[in-house]
Design a protein around this ligand. Structure first.
Ligand code: PLP
Length: 450
């Protein structure tokens, strides 16, 4: 590896960073992370901090998960790659599909279509949803509905169902036939409704209204995150996803759960859908499936969807979709090891317990820091603090303030993620109670820099 001077000199010079302005990356070079162990990361200057971002919602088991590292090494020795396109498969992917069927049995998901990450999984779900209706002779069902504030990756399909202009405007025109309804976001919503249950009802009514307006027989699927993540951790009221399920059933619309963040314990339940007692028709998974050590994901399909394809005796069920790295044997081996560790460590239970502590700790900071307008969480290890310049008017905080806070929290020993006005916390699911206290204390210190 090149020395520190080389790394600092060349930082952001020859590489563009996702979700950043290249000019800003040059003016304010990114922190260079060179090591990770447990729930901590180390930067190029040797500074060690708790990673309260958990990589990017994906390093659920921390940075020292030896079984996953060993599985990757073993698979690289045995078979580093082979294609899963028609006619060939590999042992690791077959074993993983068997394991995932067990893992998702309670969600009614029985088949896996493997991908290289979350955006791929969303794209796969959208495409298979349209094809499902075509096989059934309902070719007019092509539209997609979703939530404002939702995040579904950055492929053209995923970006089209996203509910945040930041990921859309520069890339328009996007896919036609995608429509968003208001999110159950109590802090800001067009109904001016702060009661979570009433708001959930209003958003469900907006969905019904949109379906009636578009015509149910033109709609292929509704996609939602069980708890909205990147949009600023927005947990809906417990009635919302079951209501959406019922509306979709009544209108012949598939429900796609985007579980890219929620699956594998983050909400305190093994999946976000299960957290709300809902069985989706398709679920998108990625991120923690390999603990972030290998890019991998899947679209998981229900019996209803699977049977429609498998019983088709025309050409309509032929899948004209897939990736060179679909069912990658190294990713599959990594996933098998990560799932075994995830289960063995019961990270869902730790996520629920530590998540409650983190949420309570962050809420207590509201008494001290007027800059905190809202704290959202309460469902596992996903918490957001929405910062405001003025609590009464809810005016959003300026970016230089959030940048200052980010730096100050880091100097106090914790890496956080700033996304617009939100501080987003998604630490590894193996954090200890002491780590949680340290995160809250660093935030307390850092917010003084506001
Ligand atoms: C809910 C959700 N869906 C999809 C994606 C896209 O996943 P990826 O970045 O792996 O393509 C993300 C990424 O954060 C996500 O949070």
């Amino acid at each position: 590896m090149k020395d520190t001077n080389f790394l600092k000199e060349n930082n952001a010079r020859h590489m563009w960073h996702p979700m950043a302005h290249p000019a800003d990356s040059l003016a304010n070079p990114p922190q260079i992370i060179t090591g990770g162990a447990g729930v901590r990361i180390t930067d190029v200057d040797g500074v060690e901090v708790i990673d309260a971002v958990g990589g990017l919602w994906n390093v659920n088991l921390g940075y020292s998960c030896q079984p996953v590292k060993d599985a990757i090494m073993r698979q690289l020795e045995a078979l580093p790659y082979y294609s899963a396109f028609r006619g060939t498969s590999n042992d690791a992917a077959i074993e993983l599909s068997h394991e995932l069927r067990k893992w998702f049995a309670a969600d009614g998901l029985v088949r896996a279509f493997f991908t290289s990450g979350g955006s791929d999984s969303v794209e796969t779900a959208l495409r298979l949803a349209r094809q499902y209706h075509k096989i059934r002779g309902a070719a007019g069902r092509t539209k997609f509905l979703s939530l404002k504030k939702g995040y579904h990756g950055t492929h053209m399909g995923g970006a089209s169902v996203n509910g945040n202009a930041n990921f859309r405007t520069a890339y328009e025109p996007l896919l036609p036939g995608c429509f968003q309804i208001p999110a159950p976001y109590t802090y800001r919503n067009p109904f001016d409704e702060t009661d979570p249950e009433k708001l959930a009802g209003l958003c469900a009514a907006a969905l019904e209204d949109e379906i009636a307006f578009q015509g149910a027989d033109t709609i292929a699927a509704f996609i939602m995150e069980p708890v909205l993540g990147a949009g600023g951790v927005i947990p809906p009221h417990k009635s919302f996803m079951p209501d959406v399920r019922e509306i979709c059933n009544r209108n012949g619309i598939l429900l796609i759960a985007d579980e890219v963040i929620c699956a594998f314990g983050r909400t305190g339940s093994w999946t976000g859908s299960r957290h709300w007692g809902v069985k989706p028709d398709i679920a998108c998974i990625a991120k923690a499936i390999t603990n972030g050590y290998f890019p991998f994901g899947a679209a998981m399909l229900s019996e209803k969807v699977a049977q429609t394809f498998e019983k088709d005796d025309s050409r309509a069920g032929n899948i004209g979709h897939g990736y060179t790295y679909s069912a990658h044997p190294v990713g599959a081996a990594a996933a098998l090891a990560a799932l075994a560790e995830t289960k063995r460590l019961k990270v869902d239970e730790n996520a629920a317990a530590r998540g409650a502590e983190l949420f309570a700790g962050c809420r207590s900071l509201m008494d001290k820091h007027d800059i905190i307008g809202d704290v959202r969480g309460g469902h596992g290890l996903m918490v957001a603090l929405e910062l405001v310049a003025n609590r009464a008017s809810k005016t959003a905080v300026l970016p230089d303030v959030t940048a200052r806070i980010h730096r100050a929290v880091y100097e106090n020993g914790v890496m956080i993620r700033v996304s617009g006005p939100n501080i987003i916390l998604s630490p590894p699911l193996v954090v200890s109670a002491a780590d949680v206290k340290d995160i809250v204390s660093a935030l307390d210190q850092g917010l003084r820099a506001a």
